[in-house]
Design a protein around this ligand. Structure first.
Ligand SMILES: *Cc1c(COP(=O)(O)O)cnc(C)c1O
Length: 219
């Protein structure tokens, strides 16, 4: 078994234990975050049959994934990084999910561009859950307006995404994310990375975004 595939299986086995002890009802999906890694590293996972992959830059994703996606139409590609409006046209053609919608301007651009090609991308609103200056994501005070904007634009809003502050216990932020999902009756939560995926899973995450625990350290 290839080491990278084994890493994925190990993570899945840890998650299965949570189901067995009834801490969670359903296994979250694992997005293998393949940013900076080349096809040599990614191919074993594709051959194994893994379907969800995450990238944070549109151009890198186009270079790496355009051909693979044509040959493997079941692969789901997730845009998890900051998205500039001038990259939206390419993004809605390549990606199946965008996790980083954080402004009305971006939401409008996505609506315009996807209408032209009759696609409906699945959308997460990224929330700046720790109210950090340097982080992307919509401020909590602006969330309601952005949700309403997405509804008016008939975007396929599936849930909320966050990157909690690096220090401290992420649980309080994960709990708050659950409150927002309940408030707006959304189904999906995109939270949990290599360092905190078990905790995120215990807090009902449905999409874990895991890079280094699968592929190794990024250079
Ligand atoms: C890089 C990245 C991840 C994965 O991080 P790891 O710590 O390597 O698991 C998850 N989410 C976002 C938004 C990222 O940019």
């Amino acid at each position: 078994m290839h080491e990278i595939v084994q890493n994925l299986i190990n993570i899945n086995n840890q998650l299965k234990l949570l189901v067995e002890v009834s801490k969670i009802k359903k296994l979250p999906k694992i997005i293998a975050v393949s940013k900076t890694f080349n096809l040599e590293k990614i191919s074993p996972l594709i051959e194994y049959g893994h379907l969800d992959f995450g990238e944070n830059k549109v151009q890198e994703a186009l270079d790496k994934w355009s051909e693979i996606k044509e040959n493997n139409p079941n692969i789901q590609l997730h845009m998890i990084g900051k998205l500039q409006t001038n990259k939206v046209k390419s993004a809605v053609r390549l990606f199946d999910y965008i996790h980083s919608v954080d402004s009305q301007k971006l939401a409008k651009k996505i609506a315009d561009e996807q209408k032209k090609i009759q696609r409906k991308i699945k959308i997460f609103i990224q929330i700046n859950i720790g109210n950090e200056n340097q982080k992307s994501g919509v401020q909590i005070s602006e969330l309601k307006n952005l949700v309403n904007c997405c509804k008016e634009l008939e975007l396929n809003l599936v849930g909320f995404m966050c990157i909690p502050p690096e220090l401290g216990d992420a649980s309080i932020y994960f709990k708050e994310m659950n409150n927002f999902n309940n408030l707006y009756s959304l189904d999906e939560l995109s939270m949990g990375m290599s360092s905190d995926f078990m905790k995120a899973a215990e807090h009902n995450s449905t999409f874990l975004r895991i890079g280094s625990n699968i592929f190794g350290q990024r250079s």
